[in-house]
Each structure stands twice: as C-alpha cells, then as structure tokens.
Design a protein around this ligand. Sequence first.
Ligand code: ZN
Length: 156
Amino acid sequence: MSGELDLDELYQQVILDHSRKPRNFRELACANCRCAEGHNPLCGDRVTIYIEIEQGRVQDVSFSGSGCAICTASASMMTDALKGKTVEEARRMFTWFHDMLTGKVPTGQVADGIGKLAAFSGVLRFPIRVKCATLPWHTMAAALAEDKADDPVSTE
Ligand code: ZN
C-alpha cells in the first residue's frame, strides 16, 4: 500500500493500537455521570465523553461516537490516563496535552503522569490533525465544567 510509511510515521505504534482496539468505548449510565458532546467539523469527528466523579476523583470515564483514527486513539488513551486522577490533575493534563499540540511544550519534555500520551506530539507536524487529537480533551473539559456541559463542543 502506498503511503503506508507516512501513516506509520504519523500514527506511531501506540496510536495505531488504540485506534484499532479503543479502550473504554462504551456509554456510562450512572446516576451522577457527567457527559458532553464534541464535534470537529473539519474532519467529521464526533465524540461523547462520559465521566463519573466521586469525592473529587475520576471514578470512571468512557467515550462513544465516531471519529478518525487519531480522534479515536486520543479518546481511548485519554480515558485510560484519566482513571483515578483528581479533577485538578485531569484539568492539568488537559492543559498540558493542549499545550503540547499547539507547540507550547518543548519537544521531548514529558510531564508527570502523561506517559504514552507523548506519542501525540508527532501530530504537531500534521496541523489538520491537531483538532482530531484535542477534541476528546476539550469535550472532557466541558464535561468537568458542569454548567457548560449542555452546549455541544465544537473545535470551530
Ligand atoms: Zn479526525
């Protein structure tokens, strides 16, 4: 297949794995779950993030919807990374992830608790894909901010 090398470079192994076998891909239906919807019109990605907060900690988090490989992998890895984190830590990770994908974090610098998410730094070289990767995070942040959770998130 032509173009396969480019794809390998863009998606990296860990991203490919998560896009093929997304983790936490299900709806949460607990009484005190928060959820928010996000939409990236540039690519057509749609994602809904469900998050259950108990005593200031992420008890459970999942997603549904349909997105491209980058969006799906980002949502999958984000939900994996957020479990057990405090709301404050979740917000910090969002800020860090967003900064990384907008080029504000020096290349090679890895924040505590980010781990595999650093794989997305490669997306920086493909500006059209940045919104695909950040959409699940923006949507998660909206779900955390209860008062805003009713308005769908759009990257536009
Ligand atoms: Zn996309």
